[in-house]
Design a protein around this ligand. Structure first.
Ligand code: ADP
Ligand code: MG
Length: 238
């Protein structure tokens, strides 16, 4: 993994005074109200907060899926403020794997094609895409589902496909927004074990959840309230 940091600016994620509002007609809703946050390489961080507190908005900004109003966000030492759409997409593809609550798989593509998607945005031949996607599916014990479409798989299998897709580019940063929100408790535990393994490989993991026992998979717990950081504590493993 590349180290693009400058001395003294070593954090993988460096957010300062981040603000974001949504506008609809004459209405304006302010969702992020001045978030300042550093996440170092190799951390496993959980973000909790009530529904509507801004967790997904924050994660989408961190994942370069959404822009922000005021403040600064440096990712791996690079300011993201003025990045255009293409540069954003390129940086995201290089550094970030994203896992969502509702999986976000393409229904008309089978499992390996979904996993290969991030590679298809790079200069990777279809043969290599297929090979890498199958290797990832094997790691997640899903080889037997490689040619199945999402609607032929269980929720847990779909989320494992989504995790394979997040990891296929070997990203240093994995962001997960309520990844266990649609899963039963047994399957949730499996997904959390996978996230723990992803962290143990040396990746930085940021996990949004509203369940405390899910958050306890992490080493650090941040509470968000009304678009602000309410608390930020280190978790001690029981
Ligand atoms: P959380 O993930 O913590 O439940 P969100 O970040 O999804 O919270 O939403 C925070 C607030 O922003 C909510 O009040 C929500 O209604 C509002 N919001 C989120 N996305 C949009 C959008 N695209 N347009 C307008 N308002 C939005
Ligand atoms: Mg949310």
């Amino acid at each position: 993994m590349q180290d693009e940091s400058n001395a003294g600016q070593n954090a993988l994620i460096h957010v300062e005074g981040l603000r974001k509002s949504y506008h609809a007609g004459t209405q304006s809703v302010s969702v992020l109200n001045g978030i300042t946050l550093r996440i170092e390489r190799g951390e496993f961080v959980a973000i909790m907060g009530a529904s509507g507190s801004g967790k997904s908005t924050l994660l989408n900004v961190l994942g370069l899926l959404d822009n922000f109003g005021e403040g600064e966000y440096r990712l791996a030492g690079q300011s993201t403020r003025l990045l255009g759409e293409r540069a954003s997409a390129r940086l995201r593809n290089r550094l970030i794997g994203f896992v969502f609550q509702s999986f976000h798989l393409l229904p008309q593509k089978n499992a390996w094609e979904n996993v290969a998607l991030p590679l298809s945005y790079r200069n990777v031949s279809r043969r290599i895409q297929r090979k890498r996607a199958h290797e990832m599916l094997e790691r997640l014990s899903l080889s037997h589902r490689a040619d199945h479409r999402p609607n032929e798989m269980s929720g847990g299998q779909r989320q494992r496909v989504a995790i394979a897709r997040a990891l296929v580019t070997d990203p240093p940063l994995v962001l997960a927004d309520e990844p266990t929100g649609n899963l039963d408790s047994e399957t949730s535990d499996e997904v959390l074990r996978l996230l723990g393994g992803i962290h143990a490989e040396g990746r930085t993991v940021v996990l949004v959840t509203h369940e405390l026992d899910v958050a306890h998979a992490a080493q650090r717990l941040i509470h968000v309230r009304d678009g602000l950081i309410d608390s930020d504590e280190r978790l001690v493993r029981a």
